[in-house]
Each structure stands twice: as C-alpha cells, then as structure tokens.
Design a protein around this ligand. Structure first.
Ligand code: 3EB
Length: 279
C-alpha cells in the first residue's frame, strides 16, 4: 500500500489499471497469451511478455513518468517447458526485447523486480514508476541478473537487485525478489531452511551496499517489510522460523505460495524499507 495525502487519479482500459498521485504511478497490466499477438519467431508467451512491457512503457510515457522503479512479474506455469524452452526464459526474451525496442537500458539502470508463477491467467505485470530516478544497487555476492550466462536462457532477465528512490520527504529502498543464488549458481537444492538463510545473507549484502551508497538508506534486516514466496506449502513453517530468527518478531512479513523462477529454488524473499527523509 502506497499512502499519499494528495488527490489520487485512476484509470482503466486495454488491460491496464492505474492510480497516480503527483510523481508516483502504480499500475497493473494484464496480457492474455494469444496467438494473434505473436510476431515472426516469437512464442505466444514471449509475445505476451513483450506486449505487457510495451503497455508499461506506453502508459508511463502517456503519464509523463520516466522512471520504472519496481516491477512484479507474474506468469502461469513459470517453470513448465513449452515450445522447447522454460516459460520463464521465454518471458525474459519478450521482456528484454521490449526494453530494447523502447530504447531503454537492459543493464545498469533497470528496475528492481520479482518474478513469480501463477496457477493460470494472463501475464500480469504490476509496477511502480515515478518522476524521480531509481538508483540501482547490485549485490557483490551475485552476478547481476542482466549478466547471467546463456545457460540460464537465451536472454538475461532485466532487473536490478535493489533500488533506492529519494522523494521529497521519504527514502524508499526496494529489495528485488532474492533467492539462494551466489555468483550465478543455485545453492542448497532441496533445503528450504538453508535457502532462506542464503537469501537473507544476500539481502544483508544489499543493505550494506545501500548504506554505503546513501546515508538515508541504512536499514537493518529488522527494519524492512517482507513478502516471502514459498514454492511448497509444507516448507512454510521452517521458512517462517528462519525468517523470524533473522529479522525478529516485529518486522511485517507475509508468506505466499508461489512457484519461483528456477525449478530448484524453493523460495524468494522481497522487501521494502521506508525512511522519512530529513527536511
Ligand atoms: C534470481 O535472482 C531469482 O526475472 O524479474 C528474482 C527477482 C528473480 C526478479 C525477474 C527473477 C526476477 O535470478 C529470480
């Protein structure tokens, strides 16, 4: 929930719903996978991912809002192979294509993001964008996702590990979906508790980078708000125990069942930190 004391404008149409106040825009774009969208050499999912991001960029442009801050990507059956390639990897092709076609960077100044599976339904991209730039932050323990080697698919994912936005009276730190990945390798296959620890080690590394970059953005693990995506409901209790042992009893956290974007990953942790900026 994004709170504001100013008047909120809203709109809907063509698969897009949005709300805006001042220099902040939140929107959800939904694109069904339809053969009709497909260009030459595209799968239907690749095309839906591409069209979703075309709509994201078109809405942002029509609102005069240049900077994409934080994106949540949802697609059905994220780990299933269709047309000879895992669907998440097809989505990455469509997303990267749209960024390049819009003349946007595909590494460096890219939004923070999460990517999750759904049981069904359209490709759905929710995003926050704004007047202020996002200061993208990478994790020294991980290869940047946009530099993943080709073994993870023909097009790299287009997101940064975290991003910092400074508003007039607030600093906001967005931590992307963070998993048990070091370098580019998945660690602790089959062990949800250790994957949760590794994910939190990654978030701690991002918090250290954020504090180095900006004094406004010094947060401890106990000062963030969390959303934890757990693949198997049976892992919930141990994942919750590990999270609480690391972040304390008070930090707000919700747990959702969702498939995450590599089949060996059992969970993904995202977070946000808010700080009232000094006048
Ligand atoms: C990873 O680190 C795990 O494709 O937008 C995390 C956050 C992940 C965002 C995305 C993917 C995305 O590669 C997966």
């Amino acid at each position: 929930m994004w709170r504001s004391d100013g008047p909120v404008e809203t709109g809907t149409g063509h698969g897009v719903s949005w709300a805006r106040q001042g220099g902040v825009l939140f929107a959800v774009v939904e694109v069904p996978e339809a053969v009709a969208l497909r260009g030459a050499d595209e799968t239907t999912l690749q095309a839906a991912g591409r069209v979703a991001y075309e709509k994201v960029f078109a809405l942002a442009a029509s609102q005069g809002i240049p900077h994409l801050w934080r994106v949540w990507n949802f697609l059905a059956d994220i780990n299933r192979e269709t047309d000879g390639l895992e669907r998440y990897r097809q989505f990455n092709q469509g997303r990267q294509h749209a960024f390049m076609a819009a003349g946007r960077a595909v590494r460096g100044a890219v939004p923070a993001a999460s990517a999750l599976g759904l049981a069904g339904g359209p490709v759905s991209v929710a995003f926050l964008a704004g007047f202020q730039p996002l200061l993208a932050i990478e994790n020294p323990r991980q290869i940047s996702a946009y530099d993943y080697p080709p073994e993870y698919g023909p097009a790299s994912p287009t997101f940064s590990r975290a991003g910092l936005v400074r508003l007039d009276r607030q600093a906001v730190l967005f931590i992307s979906g963070t998993a048990s990945i070091v370098g580019h390798a998945t660690l602790h296959t089959g062990d949800a508790a250790r994957q949760c620890h590794e994910s939190l080690d990654n978030i701690e590394a991002l918090l250290a980078r954020a504090a180095e970059i900006s004094p406004d953005a010094g947060f401890g693990l106990s000062e963030l708000t969390y959303r934890v995506y757990v693949r198997h409901p049976g892992d919930y209790a141990q994942v919750c125990d590990v999270l609480r042992s690391r972040v304390g009893a008070v930090a707000p956290a919700i747990f959702l069942q969702a498939d995450v974007c590599r089949s060996e990953l059992l969970l993904e942790v995202e977070a946000v930190g808010f700080r009232e900026a000094r006048p």
